[in-house]
Design a protein around this ligand. Structure first.
Ligand code: SF4
Ligand code: SF4
Length: 266
């Protein structure tokens, strides 16, 4: 923790960055996002096992970007988010610097190349519990899987905390908010909830970085991250592409090859 505070203080004092986005003390043992703009406040930064939220969510927010160059405290999935956002042209190298926390060590990663190298050595961001659940879902028949999600998603209250917490849900105007035409029903009910979550999972297929932040944000305990991780996993198996592996990635779901083995492409 001291190494992180010292590094953030140095970067802010030297003017290398204008804001350090990290974790601070929240209610009880919880941690909350902290935006440090003064070197003397770097001592408020915390790193411990409770710091799990993916802070890359703030890298695309206008009100944060106008502060200047950002240093972001990055767990492995945050590093992947930075690369995916770069690949999607949502962030430029000169706008961000990662303070990577890997195995208790703090590393300053100032280029996308350095982040790519670090990400390449990180095996899998998924927790063992999530991996087991993905394996369990994969082993289900389609009707069983549909029944599983129908049971879970009927509880959704459409608060959109999952969308707000996700670094890859950065559209200024989400399809969900469009009401002319009304693509997704505003009210919370079984069919409308399913439509929202299928739409979100399709938009995150191959782009989700498996941070699990959306699932942790859900106030009614729906493991909604498993839906997007499952979609990401499918793209990985079928196209060999991992979300957030490279800043120059050609996104599998938005490119095609004329000689694709599937008939529909011709
Ligand atoms: S969909 Fe959920 S698990 Fe995937 S990147 Fe977004 S917040 Fe993380
Ligand atoms: S956070 Fe949970 S309750 Fe809120 S919209 Fe997402 S799944 Fe539904």
């Amino acid at each position: 923790m001291e190494a992180l505070q010292t590094k953030a203080k140095e970067l802010l004092a030297a003017g290398t960055v204008q804001v350090a986005i990290g974790y601070g003390k929240g209610t009880g043992n919880a941690r909350r996002p902290l935006f440090v703009t003064k070197p003397e406040r770097a001592a408020d930064l915390i790193v411990d096992a409770a710091c799990t939220q993916n802070l890359a969510t703030y890298l695309t927010k206008h009100e944060v970007r106008v502060m200047g160059r950002m240093a972001v405290v990055a767990v492995p999935s945050t590093l992947r988010s930075i690369l995916q956002l770069a690949a999607e042209k949502q962030i430029r190298e000169e706008q961000v610097l990662a303070l990577a926390v890997i195995d208790g060590q703090v590393r300053e990663l100032a280029t996308f190349e350095a982040i790519e190298e670090a990400v390449a050595t990180i095996p899998d961001a998924m927790s063992e519990a999530d991996r087991n659940m993905i394996d369990k879902l994969s082993a289900m028949s389609v009707p069983e899987r549909r029944a599983f999600w129908a049971d879970e998603l009927v509880r959704c209250v459409k608060c959109y905390a999952c969308r707000a917490s996700c670094p890859m849900c950065y559209c200024e105007r989400c399809t969900t908010d469009v009401n002319r035409p009304q693509w997704i029903p505003v009210a919370s009910h079984a069919v409308g909830n399913l439509e929202y979550h299928v739409m979100r999972a399709m938009h995150l297929a191959g782009r989700c970085v498996e941070c699990g932040t959306c699932g942790k944000a859900c106030p009614v305990g729906i493991p909604v991250h498993l839906l997007t991780i499952y979609a990401e996993d499918s793209v990985r198996r079928q196209f060999g592409q991992r979300g957030g592996a490279s800043a120059k990635l050609d996104y599998a779901m938005s490119t095609f090859k004329p000689d694709d083995k599937e008939e529909f492409i011709r």
